[in-house]
Design a protein around this ligand. Structure first.
Ligand code: WTA
Length: 626
């Protein structure tokens, strides 16, 4: 059955049905998959626990649906099209048949090295096809993968290994990124000194960087699969068995492990992929994200493969060897759907139109945006110069926790409006609430974005700490999932995402908790206290601004180094202002509102500062702004 919606009236019909009879709606879509055993009930839920279950007692393996199911009809079709960092290195085309073999073989290799159902496996790899093979092989044997973006530091990696008690790490010797070669294995080695659960490390050879291999623990990927069978019987998984854990930042504490499960995630990523991008037979689809983020999970690997699509994976960066690289790759591979982040668009826009000139871009049918609000200027630039004014631009709003795209136009189906995510997908019931939790109905309203009914790929828990999941997402408003984002419903009923309303900042599309960055800064021995806020940044969307009370001057670079070591370069403050104090209320709380205003250069109206314990500090902060 084809689940592609093709007109606005079909969208309305599907949407209405998904609200009136969600179980029938999702049951029908799920029926097109191969189940080892059909579910008893489609849905059982409450948001109090929270306790959400989809396709109850259904048995399946997601890789049978992403791979085996396609072998008869599209075994020779390219599943993964890989474009390397260096445009002069040959690209790779891996068919569904070949991908199936690789996944089965690596599944067996993992089993041979002691990993089985329920074990946690960390994937810390560059953007090579083997990274996708690694994820799928975990899923095939029922091991739970947790991909860690290969730009995170050894400390951040160790925290994640410890949090989930990983038994295995899959990694590479090194990583090519633009003109740089980055060491990867040595980072893993350092991380493993701070952990005790990892028994085996499998190392993919990519850069031929010299590495040390620890006897009995470390194995080369090519040796692990040498002579290993490429036949593998997929493990039977329950719909609600864990598929993966993905760590993401929140407004408090350390990153938490968002948990997704097999059945619902499969159904929703497939359905949303097909409809948002309107993928058609034979199309070449390219998402430029890294598999270390949710976008890479849902819309490079799972969604496209479940839909039988050709998904392109890109190892490099948009500006290497020059700022025309994306466009070169689009023409070279005749890409039909192109999905990227506003920060990349803005960075390329800064290079002007010249890098675009050699390229036709005439294969493109749909262009997409994800990860942060897209400003109108970037929207128009992208639409006009990349989409040539005639490709629908889908601005897709969603989160690690939602597993799949929640609010977006369906390409060519929903009329688009610059900078508006537009309308919810079928099955998604957003509501806008004010700070008291009252629903704001009607047009032209602005408030906090919540979702009032479960969808199949909603997070189930945060790994090892269910109470944290409840607290973070389900306690702000009764019986609602709270997203942490502000939203406006305009006069047409279209939704426009306004950005985070909590202490999460979005830097180049990467989520960062201000508390997490503060904790890292505070580790510097000369730092007494710090406060971190976001400020508008032309390319990154938001930059990181740190106010720091320190015992010494001139330590800005040292502090940046500390943050890089503890989290990674992406968390490095853009601006550091050394201060003698922070604005505090009488109860000792930092008044962040004031810090945000000063950092954004908007000091005309700082609001009421009379309740501050130390109102005199405001003048110092204003005059010392960097
Ligand atoms: C933001 C990325 C505006 C938002 C898929 C959300 C967006 C956070 C959009 C999740 C968009 C994502 N328009 N804001 N189209 N897409 N966001 O978990 O603040 O890395 O809460 O998931 O990114 O980031 P995450």
């Amino acid at each position: 059955m084809d689940h592609r919606i093709r007109s606005l009236s079909e969208y309305t019909q599907a949407y209405d049905k998904s609200v009136e009879n969600p179980e029938e709606f999702w049951g029908e879509i799920a029926s097109s998959f191969q189940w080892k055993k059909k579910w008893d009930d489609v849905l059982n839920w409450n948001f109090k626990g929270p306790d959400v279950k989809w396709f109850i007692n259904g048995k399946l393996n997601i890789t049978e649906n992403a791979l085996d199911r396609h072998l008869e009809t599209r075994g020779d079709q390219v599943a993964i099209l890989w474009e390397p960092n260096d445009p002069n290195e040959p690209h790779q085309e891996i068919t569904f048949q070949q991908l199936h073999e690789k996944v089965c073989q690596f599944s067996n290799a993992m089993k041979n090295n002691g990993v089985g159902k329920g074990d946690r496996v960390i994937i810390y790899m560059p953007m090579v096809p083997e990274a996708a093979v690694a994820m799928l092989a975990c899923a095939r044997i029922g091991a739970i993968h947790s991909v860690v973006f290969a730009g995170f530091s050894a400390n951040a990696l160790a925290d994640r290994i410890n949090d989930c008690g990983a038994k295995m790490v899959l990694t590479s010797d090194g990583n090519f990124r633009g003109a740089k070669t980055i060491e990867v294995k040595s980072v893993v080695d350092e991380a493993l000194e701070k952990t005790s659960t990892v028994e085996k490390v499998i190392v993919f050879q990519r850069t031929r960087t010299e590495v040390t291999m620890k006897e009995g623990r470390d194995i080369w990927w090519h040796e692990a699969i040498d002579g290993v069978s490429s036949e593998n019987e997929a493990e039977e998984m329950d719909s609600e068995d864990l598929l993966f854990i993905l760590y993401t930042s929140g407004s408090t504490g350390q990153p938490k492990g968002v948990v997704h499960t097999c059945g619902g995630y499969m159904v929703y990523t497939y359905y949303s992929f097909l409809n948002v991008f309107q993928y058609g037979e034979g199309d070449i689809y390219w998402c430029t994200a890294d598999i270390g983020w949710i976008t890479g999970h849902s819309y490079i690997v799972y969604g496209p493969l479940l839909a039988g699509a050709t998904t392109m994976m890109f190892e490099g960066v948009p500006t290497y060897p020059d700022a025309g690289r994306f466009w070169h790759a689009c023409d070279k591979h005749q890409v039909n759907q192109f999905y990227t982040a506003p920060t990349a668009i803005r960075a390329l826009e800064a290079h002007g139109l010249e890098p675009l000139e050699p390229y036709k871009l005439d294969s493109l049918k749909v262009i997409g945006s994800v990860g942060e609000p897209i400003n109108e200027e970037a929207w128009h630039w992208y639409h006009l110069n990349v989409g040539k004014g005639n490709c629908p631009l889908v601005d897709t709003w969603w989160q690690t926790e939602t597993g799949g795209i929640m609010i977006s136009a369906l390409a060519g189906v929903t009329p688009v409006k610059p900078a508006h995510a537009s309308l919810p997908l079928p099955g998604i019931q957003p509501i806008i609430v004010n700070s008291e939790g009252n629903e704001l109905t009607g047009k032209n309203v602005e408030g906090n974005l919540c979702i009032k009914f479960p969808w199949p790929s909603i997070l189930r828990t945060t790994y090892g700490d269910h109470e944290r999941c409840r607290q973070t997402y389900f306690s702000a408003y009764e019986n609602l999932y709270f997203t942490g984002d502000g939203v406006k419903r305009d006069h047409d009923g279209y939704l426009r995402i306004l950005g985070r309303v909590d202490d999460v900042i979005n830097v180049s599309g990467h989520r960062m908790g201000t508390a997490e960055v503060e904790n890292a800064i505070d580790e510097h021995p000369k730092v007494i206290e710090s406060a971190v806020v976001g400020y508008p940044h032309d390319i990154k969307g938001q930059g990181i601004y740190a106010y720091i009370i320190a015992e010494a001057d001139g330590i800005e670079d040292e502090i940046r180094k500390t943050v890089t070591e503890l989290i990674g370069p992406i968390a490095k403050p853009d601006k550091i202002q050394l201060v003698s104090g922070l604005p505090k209320t009488r109860s000792g709380k930092i008044m962040r509102r004031i810090l945000r205003k000063i950092a954004s250069g908007d000091v005309s109206n700082l609001g009421d500062t009379s309740t501050l314990l130390n109102p005199e500090i405001v003048e110092e902060l204003k005059s010392g702004k960097v």
